[in-house]
Design a protein around this ligand. Sequence first.
Ligand SMILES: Nc1ncnc2c1ncn2[C@@H]1O[C@H](COP(=O)(O)OP(=O)(O)O)[C@@H](O)[C@H]1O
Ligand SMILES: N[C@@H](CCC(=O)OP(=O)(O)O)C(=O)O
Length: 372
Amino acid sequence: MRSKVTGAKRWVVKIGSALLTADGKGLDRGAMAVWVEQMVALREAGVELVLVSSGAVAAGMSQLGWTTRPSAMNELQAAASLGQMRLVQAWESSFGEHGKHTAQILLTHDDLSDRKRYLNARSTLRTLVDLGVVPVINENDTVVTDEIRFGDNDTLAALVANLVEADLLVILTDRDGMFDADPRNNPEAQLIYEARADDPALDAVAGGTGGALGRGGMQTKLRAARLAARSGAHTIIIGGRIERVLDRLKAGERLGTLLSPERGMLAARKQWLAGHLQTRGTLVLDNGAVKALRESNKSLLPVGVKTVQGSFRRGEMVVCVGPDGLEVARGLANYSALEAQKIIGQPSDAIESLLGYSAEPELVHRDNLVLV
Ligand SMILES: Nc1ncnc2c1ncn2[C@@H]1O[C@H](COP(=O)(O)OP(=O)(O)O)[C@@H](O)[C@H]1O
Ligand SMILES: N[C@@H](CCC(=O)OP(=O)(O)O)C(=O)O
C-alpha cells in the first residue's frame, strides 16, 4: 500500500504526446474518455486536480497530414496552435459528459520565473480548482523561442506541481514506468518500483531520449521528479494505458515507478523560503496577529498589521515582527509596500474599495509564511 499516493490531496496529472495521440494517429478520444472518467472520480473523492496535457503539436500534425515532426520552429508553432484548439475542445467535451468544466492555461517560462506572474498564475489556478474546474495546462508553444522554452511538458508539469504545491505528480507515459534500461533496446529491462528521486544511480538508466513524438524520454521525467521533490511532492511515472490506472493508484496499488522526495512538503517549503530570498521590508504586527500566526498557524491579514517599512513588491519576502520588534515570521507579500500602507488595519473585505481591486484577502498567505 502506498500511503503517500493514497493520501495525496492535490495531484498534477501529466499526459504525454505519444500516449495522447496513440503514437501519432491523432487524438485518442477513447483513451481520453477513460482518463477523464477516472479524473472525475478522483475529484469526487476530494482530490484537487490539475491536468498538464501535451499533444498540441502531434494533434496539429495529424490535422495537417504531416507524418514527421517538422524541425522548423515556425512549422512547429503553427502545428501547435492548430492542434491546441482541438486538444482543449476534446478535453472540454469529454469532461462535459460528466458535467465538469475545464479551463485552458498556456504558460511560458517567463510566467513562472517572474514572481508577480508566478503569484498571479498560482492564484488563478487555485481559484479554478476551488471552483471545481479542471485546469488544462500546456506550454504556450506559439510564442516561446528556443532560449526560453521548457521544451518538454515533464519539466512544465513539475513546475506546475511546485506552483500549486501538489503532493503528487503523476506522469502518464507509454511505458509502464521507469525501467533499469531503455526498454526499446533492452527486452530484459526491469521496472523500478520505488526509488529516491535524488538517487544518482537513476541518471544512468534514464539516459535515452524520447520517442518520435514525445520530446523528453525518461531523462526529463527524472528531472521533473527531482524538481517536484524540491517542494516535497512525490512523483509517479506510469503507463497511461494500464487499465484503470488512476483509480488503481488512488487505491494504493503498487504500479509504476514512485520517486520520493528527500524531505516532506513543509520542510522543503520552509527551507526554500528560509534560504533563497532576500527580505525587502518589515511588517509590524499587533499582538492579536502575532498570536494568530504563532498559535493558530493562520495567514497574516491586513487588519493585524500596524506599520509597513521598506519598499517591496508583490511576491517579495518581508519580515513580520511583533510590537516588541522581535521577528515572528517571514513570508511572501501578496501586496506591494505602497498597497500594504493603504490596507493595513482594515478588514480584508475593504481591500477592493481601498485599492480598486483585490488580489487576495491575506497580506501574507500561511503557505508562504515561515514562523521563526
Ligand atoms: N529507463 C527507461 N525506462 C523507460 N522508458 C525509457 C527509459 N529510457 C528511455 N525511455 C523511453 O522514454 C519514452 C517515453 O518518453 P517520451 O517519448 O518523451 O514520452 P511522453 O510523450 O510520454 O513524454 C519511452 O517510450 C521509452 O522508450
Ligand atoms: N507543448 C507540446 C508538448 C511537448 C512534448 O512533446 O511533450 P511530451 O510529449 O510530454 O514530452 C505540445 O503540446 O505538443
